[in-house]
Design a protein around this ligand. Structure first.
Ligand code: CP
Ligand code: NVA
Length: 303
């Protein structure tokens, strides 16, 4: 049966752990795994990308596969033809697909009709590949994810939502510091709380979120497709900037994370992102390893 990775919760706890272990192993010993030999992986971007585009294309190549960049002219999720019809056509040509787009529901629908595995490379709702790479980074720096105090500060966006989905599967202490007007997705939050795996706090007090934190994480305040809200978000989130003063409230060995691209001087200061606690480029590197592990798992179970 073909598998998808549209949300972190598409994998069980055991599958997430197994995939992260594989990602860490691949990074240490980049052995040749030709699981994608003779296969074509389509890559679709309806929003800009540096990390996701390059890490997927390089990863596909390293796994022996061929990546095929498809533009919006060919595949537009339901405008030129229905998602159903496009999915059925693509199923006759390709063996896997990675998509970055706006509507999460469209990706769910695509995965439903496609005979091939579908990977979410970011939607307005979530960014699961990013969070897998981030957890890998935390394990590498802190030795574990279990029990870690993770403070996410800023907009309640796709990154915050994927952290909540991770918290529904793995046991850690997630604090989301955001304004009352910029909360994460209510349904995802409710499901994460209901899962009962992690300790979850959503607070509008940044100090409460970061107290004794092992990890401080932030992201841009206005995501792709929301740039018209930039001024409003900047006003609402001004108190949630990750700066040196805030870092003092966290654990002395805190690591600072940002999925990038960063809006330096807004959600994070130069001295923090360039400082000794920052692991942002390890995170970026781990996109490659984590996504290779995800593709290997999907290929092994689907082909
Ligand atoms: N972090 C991330 O997904 O970066 P890109 O938008 O450059 O792909
Ligand atoms: N929240 C950001 C993440 C970018 C990787 C966005 O959606 O633009």
């Amino acid at each position: 049966m073909k598998r998808d990775f549209v949300a972190v919760t598409d994998f069980s706890e055991a599958e997430i752990r197994e995939t992260l272990k594989l990602a860490i192993d691949i990074k240490k010993k980049p052995h040749h795994l030709d699981v994608l030999a003779g296969k074509t992986v389509a890559c679709i971007f309806h929003k800009p990308s540096l990390r996701t585009r390059v890490s997927f294309e390089v990863g596909i190549q390293q796994l022996g596969g061929h990546s095929l960049y498809i533009t919006k002219d060919e595949f537009d999720l339901g405008v030129r033809e229905t998602i159903h019809d496009a999915a059925k056509v693509l199923s006759r040509y390709i063996q896997m697909l990675m998509i970055r787009t706006f509507s999460h529901q469209s990706v769910v629908e695509l995965a439903h009709y496609a005979d091939f595995p579908v990977i979410n490379g970011l939607t307005d709702l979530s960014h699961p590949c990013q969070i897998m790479a981030d957890i890998q980074t935390i394990i590498e720096h802190k030795g574990k994810i279990d029990g870690m105090k993770i403070a996410y500060l800023g907009d309640g966006n796709n990154i915050a939502n994927s952290w909540l989905e991770a918290a529904a599967r793995l046991p850690f202490d997630l604090r989301i510091g955001t304004s009352k007007e910029t909360p994460p997705d209510q349904k995802i939050l409710d499901e994460a709380i209901k899962a009962g795996k992690s300790k979850i706090l959503v607070t509008d007090d940044p100090a409460k979120a970061v107290v004794n934190a092992d990890v401080i994480y932030t992201d841009v305040w206005a995501s792709m497709g929301q740039k018209h809200l930039a001024e409003q978000k900047a006003r609402l989130l001004a108190d949630f900037q990750v700066n040196a003063k805030l870092l003092h409230k966290a654990d002395a060995d805190v690591i600072v994370m940002h999925c990038l691209p960063a809006n330096r001087g807004q959600e994070i200061t130069d001295e923090v992102i360039d400082g000794p606690h920052s692991v942002v480029f390890d995170q970026a590197e781990n996109r490659l390893h984590a996504q290779k592990a995800i593709m290997i798992k999907l290929a092994r179970e689907s082909f």
